[in-house]
Design a protein around this ligand. Structure first.
Ligand code: PMP
Length: 300
C-alpha cells in the first residue's frame, strides 16, 4: 500500500492531509462518538451492529450524524476498497465539529465524520497461548447515570486512567469495578468468567459497553450448548473462577491467567476459552459484511 486514504467529511484525503481544526469540540472536549471495527479477509465483522451502536451513541449525546446508516456503511466499505485492505482495523469517528472555545455545542454547525482504515497490527499469537495478567484498579467505571458506559464516546478518560493504573501495576489490562464494587469490564474489553461449565458476563446495567465481540461470544457459547448467563459478580467470583477471559474487537478472545496475583486455573488459558476463540475465528468471515474477497484484491 503506497498511500493511505482517509475519509474526511466527504473527501478521501491522504494521511498527511487528514487534519481537523483545533476548534473541533471532539478535540477540545471529547465531544463525539466512535467505533472500532475489524475486517477479516475482505469481510467486515458485524458491520451493521457497529453502525447501529454508533448511531445509538450519537443519539444519546444528541449528535446528528449527517448520513443515513446505509451511506455510512458504504463510506466504510469504500475506505477499505481504496486502501486495498483485506485484514484491517477501521476507526469511525464522528465529532461535534468546529465551534468556539465555549462548550455549548449549538455553535458547532457541522459534525466531522472521519473513517480511518489500517492494516491490522495483530495481537502477538503468543499472547493467546500464554494469556494475560490483569489487576483491579482503584478508579471505578463511570456510573451509568453520569456518562453511560454504553455510549462509545470520545471521552475515554475513565478508560485511559485505568490503563495508566494497569501499566503502573505492571499488568496488561485493568479490571474495572462499578461504583458498587461489582465487576464491570476492562479498559477496552469485556470480561467473562467460567465456573463449573457455566459462562458469565456482567449485564449491561452493571456498567459496561455492550461489546460486539461480547455479543458474538454469548451467541457462540449458547450454540455450543454452554449455559451462558448475564449476571452480576464480584472479584471473589473472578479469583475463584475456573477460567477468565476478555473480549474485544482487537483482542478477540484472550485468556486471563492471573488476577491481582491469584492464579486462574492452571495458569494458562482454559480449555473452554480456547474453544470459544477457535469458534469465533471460524465465524468471523461468515458473519461479515462482504466487501470483496482476497482474490479480488490481489487481482485488482
Ligand atoms: N469495553 C470498552 C470500554 C471498549 O472500548 C471496547 C472496545 N470497543 C469493548 C468493551 C469491547 O467491545 P467490542 O467487542 O465491540 O470491541
Amino acid at each position: 500500500m503506497s498511500e493511505q486514504w482517509i475519509y474526511l467529511n466527504g473527501r478521501y484525503v491522504n494521511k498527511n492531509e487528514a487534519v481537523v481544526s483545533v476548534y473541533d469540540h471532539g478535540f477540545l472536549y471529547g465531544d463525539g462518538v466512535f467505533e472500532g471495527i475489524r475486517m477479516y479477509d475482505g469481510n467486515v465483522f458485524r458491520l451493521q451492529e457497529h453502525v447501529d451502536r454508533l448511531y445509538d451513541s450519537a443519539k444519546s449525546i444528541m449528535l446528528e450524524i449527517p448520513y443515513s446508516k446505509d451511506e455510512l456503511t458504504e463510506i466504510v466499505a469504500e475506505t477499505l476498497r481504496r486502501n486495498e485492505l483485506d485484514d484491517a482495523y477501521v476507526r469511525v469517528v464522528v465529532s461535534r465539529g468546529v465551534g468556539n472555545l465555549g462548550l455549548d455545542p449549538t455553535h458547532c454547525k457541522e459534525p466531522q465524520v472521519i473513517v480511518i482504515a489500517e492494516q491490522l497490527a495483530l495481537f502477538p499469537e503468543q499472547l493467546y497461548e500464554t494469556g494475560v495478567e490483569i489487576a483491579t484498579v482503584a478508579s471505578r467505571r463511570n456510573r451509568a447515570d453520569v456518562l453511560s458506559p454504553k455510549v462509545k464516546s470520545l471521552n475515554y478518560l475513565n478508560n485511559i486512567l485505568v490503563k495508566i493504573e494497569a501499566n503502573l501495576a505492571g499488568v496488561s489490562e485493568a479490571l474495572m469495578l462499578n461504583d458498587q464494587g461489582y465487576v464491570a469490564e476492562g479498559s477496552a474489553d469485556n470480561v467473562f468468567i467460567i465456573k463449573g461449565g457455566v459462562i458469565k458476563t456482567p449485564p449491561g446495567y452493571v456498567g459496561a459497553l455492550e461489546g460486539v465481540t461480547r455479543n458474538a461470544i454469548m451467541e457462540i457459547a449458547q450454540l455450543r450448548g454452554f449455559e451462558m448467563r448475564e449476571e452480576v459478580f464480584t472479584r471473589h467470583d473472578v479469583f475463584t473462577a475456573d477460567e477468565v477471559f476478555l473480549t474485544g474487537t482487537a483482542a478477540e478472545v484472550i485468556g486471563v491467567v492471573k488476577v491481582d496475583g491469584r492464579q486462574i486455573g492452571d495458569g494458562s488459558p482454559g480449555k473452554i476459552t480456547k474453544q470459544l476463540l477457535e469458534s469465533f475465528r471460524q465465524t468471523v468471515t461468515e458473519d461479515g459484511h462482504k466487501i470483496y474477497t482476497r482474490k479480488e484484491v490481489q487481482a485488482g
